[in-house]
Design a binder for this molecule. Structure first.
Ligand SMILES: [Mg+2]
Length: 273
């Protein structure tokens, strides 16, 4: 890796950072509600959300993230809510939701393509996404972005240990690693914890599971952007500024060593027009 670059690698999350994802899950939940109504099980939004989330959370440790896992949880929820009375036809309709989600068009967020294209000319890019391997690879290949990513990591979980293992495997210094993603819990906090930098780009729709509250110390190590538009000049400015401040960063000691101006002064446009 180049010794001159402030960032050796810039990594992106996929779902709800580069392309729409949660929207498909919401649509499937709506269809699931219609399937249940057809099976004479009527639930309001809150009760349905609670029932699905409950099963999903329980199943994450067994099936991980992704559409197959989600649909297994819907089937389990339907069986539970119908007290075992759900019919094969209704289960078949639920399974159809999985096929629909897996083959759905990949729709990029505004500004993604020019941003990824521009940054890929300056930095090796890495996609770090969690979920089903086949589905994630298929989305990347259908997104039109694949050629801009030098590395692709599909992982089961995004914990500090997982990020650390990726950095070690690729020989990347944590303080020279920047992660861009929509999830505070998966893309920002674990990266900050291992000594990296992050850009948080909140999505309009994010699964409630992905929300988290950063500590004051963590806030020194990530930046908020409204969208990926303008991210390339923002990263350029950030890299210059970090270079100038000679920030030496390692793990949890870093926040104290970083001058306030690094984290407090806005860089470039904070919001897209
Ligand atoms: Mg995401």
């Amino acid at each position: 890796m180049s010794a001159r670059r402030t960032f050796e690698v810039i990594a992106f999350d996929g779902d709800d950072t580069l392309w729409h994802n949660e929207r498909g899950y919401r649509e499937s939940r709506d269809r699931f509600r219609a399937i249940l109504a057809d099976a004479d099980i009527a639930l309001d939004d809150a009760a349905l959300e609670a029932a699905i989330n409950d099963v999903e959370m329980r199943n994450l440790a067994f099936y991980g993230y992704g559409v197959p896992s989600f649909v297994l949880s819907l089937i389990e929820a339907a069986i539970g809510l119908s007290d075992g009375g759900i019919t094969g036809r209704h289960i078949d309709e639920i399974i159809e939701l999985a096929r629909r989600m897996i083959t759905a068009d990949v729709e990029l967020f505004p500004g993604v393509l020019p941003t990824v294209r521009a940054l890929s000319r300056e930095y090796p890019l890495m996609l770090i996404t969690k979920g089903d391997l086949l589905h994630q690879r298929s989305k990347l290949s259908r997104s039109g972005l694949e050629r801009h990513f030098r590395f692709v990591e599909v992982v089961s979980h995004k914990t500090p240990e997982v990020y650390e293992a990726i950095l070690v495997r690729h020989g990347i210094e944590p303080s020279r690693f920047l992660m861009v993603g929509n999830s505070m819990r998966s893309d920002v906090l674990p990266v900050v914890e291992v000594g990296g930098w992050a850009v948080h780009v909140p999505a309009a729709l994010t699964w409630s599971h992905e929300h988290a509250h950063p500590s004051d110390a963590a806030r020194h190590r990530f930046f908020e952007r409204a969208s990926l538009e303008g991210l390339a000049p923002f990263v350029r400015a950030l890299a210059m500024r970090l270079k100038r401040t000679h920030v030496k960063v390692r793990g949890k000691r870093t926040p104290k060593t970083i001058p306030r101006r690094v984290s407090r002064r806005p860089i470039g446009r904070r919001r897209s027009p």
